[in-house]
Design a protein around this ligand. Sequence first.
Ligand SMILES: Cc1cc2nc3c(=O)[nH]c(=O)nc-3n(C[C@H](O)[C@H](O)[C@H](O)COP(=O)(O)O)c2cc1C
Length: 307
Amino acid sequence: MNQSFTALGVSQGRLAFKNPVLLASGCASFGEPFEDFFDIASVGALITKAITREPREGNASPRICETPCGMLNSIGLQNPGMEAFAQEILPQLRERGVTTIVNVAGGSEEDYEAVLTRLKDEPGISAFEVNLSCPNVEDGLIFGTSAVAFGRICERLRRVTELPLIPKLSPDAGNLVPYAKIAWGAGMDGVTVANTWSAMAIDWRSGKSKLAKPTGGLSGPALKPLTLARVAATADAVPELPILASGGAVTATDVIEFIRAGALAVELGTILFHDPTRPKKILEELPALLSEVGGESMQELRNTLSA
Ligand SMILES: Cc1cc2nc3c(=O)[nH]c(=O)nc-3n(C[C@H](O)[C@H](O)[C@H](O)COP(=O)(O)O)c2cc1C
């Protein structure tokens, strides 16, 4: 992952970003929602929505609902499938100079392996974020909430490609530290902490779920304190392992908090639906915040959490 570095650049192990602002999977589609707002090549990386072996239509509607300080979604991995992604979408991202991390999902080890095998030699992919933690599809949490299944799939996928692999952990696993240790042991290049939290919203009159499915994944500002605690615990337990923080980041100061907690970079998710200009604003604000805390560079600020 070669990018030119400024004071906002961050790197650890085999991961390097020109700045720590990433667009989270499923919240930025393939970059098209932002065309009128900013140059998506300016962010550290765009993480694509989950790509599966076959195209998927996703779950029935309603599949999004607002909750206090957050939202629930049960999109169910709607995507055009690996073939259309490789032939139609990836070339456009490449042409626009976007640093692209491909989020990969599946229902079995074979599915994940098939997607990696199909995409690994396509130019323009910087890394794979392996979604082992989708709460919105049947069997979506099998790999993310069983340490044995998680370890087995990490080892299997490591043999498929030399490109950086970043499993996305599930907060529903409870303590994430054992998963981070397993990921590191299996040669993963980082972990994303974490995916949405399995959650529910009920219409009190009808007694029905506000989503077509009984539950969905909770995201948004409500998650920030939860994510901060998990990023800090993971960084403390496995300091060599790069962490992408995902869950509740909204402002430039949030980005700095996650970096101080030990993250390498920070994914913006739900906020993109409310304010598609936010990545640009955060990138403009970060240098001033850095000087306010007397920091020379973002890299230097990493892991500076004090008790
Ligand atoms: C509408 C929606 C779709 C999502 N789709 C995916 C996906 O395809 N793959 C994935 O790994 N995470 C997906 N996520 C999870 C986000 O990438 C992110 O981890 C989560 O929303 C927490 O971050 P946030 O609080 O900043 O939104 C999705 C989230 C939302 C809200």
